[in-house]
Design a protein around this ligand. Structure first.
Ligand code: SDX
Length: 443
């Protein structure tokens, strides 16, 4: 009868080991018993960039990359995007269940009551150069929040975790809008508690001299759905950062500032900014074949395409295309959409992309919508961070409450020099070896 075990024979010693298989995995620590001598450390498992390593057990988000499936706490992203709101989805992701009406109202109210930031945060914003990237401002001021809420260090107190979650969900849009207003030299706009989560963010971003900002319903709904689509994505680079940094038992503001820093990268949250720059560089549909040839030669990446997990169409990309239609009804079509659609059509028919299972991901179309709504390109990853704050909070608190988790401290395969002793400068060998020179050129 088949057993849930793996039998491993270490051919160096002829010894055989039987490892348990649980949840489709084996425990890396089970390889440490495989030694060639008593003082041998035992076998490590080598997995650069954690391509095939489960770093945790999680119940937040399920992705099937081959089938293009994405579910938050079991609910398909398509159903949440169609029927839910970001406040309700954030509750689901953080708390694990969809709320009843009373809990949703309380949750929304409590977050709304935390949209203001300490006045000193505005002084931090004033300290940045006029051309500072808003993601740099968001990372810095999110970390700065930890200095205003020392109670956040009580990470094992569930009420403290809940309070910090409300504060972060309430304040990330405010920090984002402050960064934008600073970059334009515009006065900061106070939160408007009468508006929805997305509506208030639009008000803090775009309110000018009118008494009360009236968000366009199409923009409010589009932004709310985009926040839903970006709310979590299991163990992506930034969630991993939140978990790893959080595992030192630092406060959640610092852990989520580190996640925001990870999202800043062009291969992660910076991709939608890079997509717009790429489409602008292509300029017209008839220049697409030339660009595609450059990608196939390795001269450029097709930004917004490809994914570590999705080897099929990112379900979020499909939903975002539908949102684009509603926004363009209001703004008129963003001409870049024609280049993007033709680029997608050509790429999906080209063996280079087919063989590598490269499909549009969440970032391929989102930037086109943001641009049509009036957001500058530099704000695109900031919008991503606002939505993803709910996922980072869920992943962080799951790590904090997981008894199996310790401080993250991976091992390494040391391939450096064996022991060698210090020589005074006049005794050092000449000429410098080729290897040393190559190493110094890289450091
Ligand atoms: C997000 O992890 C998440 O969940 C992230 C995210 C989330 O919600 O948190 O989904 C959000 O970050 C989406 C991804 C946004 N980034 C981009 O769109 C940047 C462009 N994409 C690539 O850089 C790349 O596809 C990654 C980084 C997204 C995925 O990298 P992988 O899985 O390590 O892919 P790979 O480098 O192993 O690619 C396999 C092959 C390689 O070619 P060969 O070496 O086999 O010849 O495909 C090629 C890559 O060069 N390739 C691409 C490509 N992506 C991969 N070639 C051209 N254009 C691309 N975009």
């Amino acid at each position: 009868m088949a057993k849930d075990t793996l039998t491993v024979t270490d051919n160096r010693t002829g010894k055989t080991f039987e490892l348990d298989i649980a949840d489709g995995s084996i425990r890396a620590m089970d390889f440490r018993q495989m030694k060639i001598s008593d003082d041998d450390f035992g076998l490590l498992v080598y997995d650069p960039s954690l391509l095939n390593t489960a770093s945790c057990k999680s119940s937040v988000t399920y992705i099937d990359g081959d089938k293009g499936i994405l579910r938050y706490r079991g609910y398909p992203i398509e159903e949440l995007a169609e029927h839910s709101s970001y406040m309700e989805t954030a509750y689901l992701i953080v708390k694990g269940e969809l709320p009843d009406e009373q809990h949703l109202n309380d949750w929304s109210y409590n977050i709304t009551m935390h949209t203001m930031v300490h006045q000193n945060i505005e002084k931090f914003m004033d300290g940045f150069r006029y051309d500072a990237h808003p993601m740099g401002m968001l990372v810095s001021t999110c970390a700065a929040l930890s200095t205003f809420y020392p109670d956040a260090k009580e990470i094992f107190d569930v009420e403290s975790r809940r309070l910090q979650a409300r504060r972060l969900l309430g304040k990330m849009p405010t920090l984002a809008a402050l960064a934008y207003r600073h970059s334009l030299g515009l006065p900061y706009v106070l939160p408007d508690n009468d508006l929805s989560y997305a509506g208030n963010f639009l008000s803090m971003m775009f309110k000018m001299t009118e008494q009360k900002f009236q968000p366009k319903p199409a923009f409010e709904r589009a932004l709310d759905v985009l926040f839903i689509l970006h709310a979590d994505h299991e163990q992506n680079c930034s969630a991993n950062a939140a978990r790893a940094v959080g595992s030192s038992q630092v406060d959640p503001y610092s852990a989520i500032a580190s996640a925001t820093a990870a999202l800043y990268g062009p291969l992660h949250g910076g991709a939608n900014e890079a997509v717009i720059n790429m489409l602008n560089e292509i300029q017209s549909v008839d220049r697409i074949p030339e660009f595609i040839e450059g990608v196939k030669k390795g001269e450029a990446k097709l930004m917004g395409f490809g994914h570590r997990i999705y080897k099929n169409y990112d379900p979020r990309a499909r939903i975002i295309q539908e949102i684009a239609h509603d926004v363009f009804e209001e703004t008129g079509k963003n001409p870049l959409i024609d280049i993007a659609k033709e680029l997608e059509r050509i790429a999906l028919g080209d063996d280079y992309f087919i063989e590598r299972k490269l499909y549009p991901n969440v970032d391929f179309y989102s930037g086109i919508i943001y641009q049509a709504m009036g957001f500058p390109v530099s704000m695109f990853p900031v919008l991503f961070a606002i939505g993803r704050t709910s996922g980072w909070l869920a992943q962080w608190s799951e790590m904090v409450t997981d008894e199996e988790q310790k401080i993250t401290r991976p091992r390494q395969l040391y391939l450096g020099e064996d022991i060698r002793h210090y020589l005074p400068i006049y005794k050092r060998p000449e000429p410098m070896t080729k290897e040393r020179r190559l190493l110094l050129e890289r450091l």
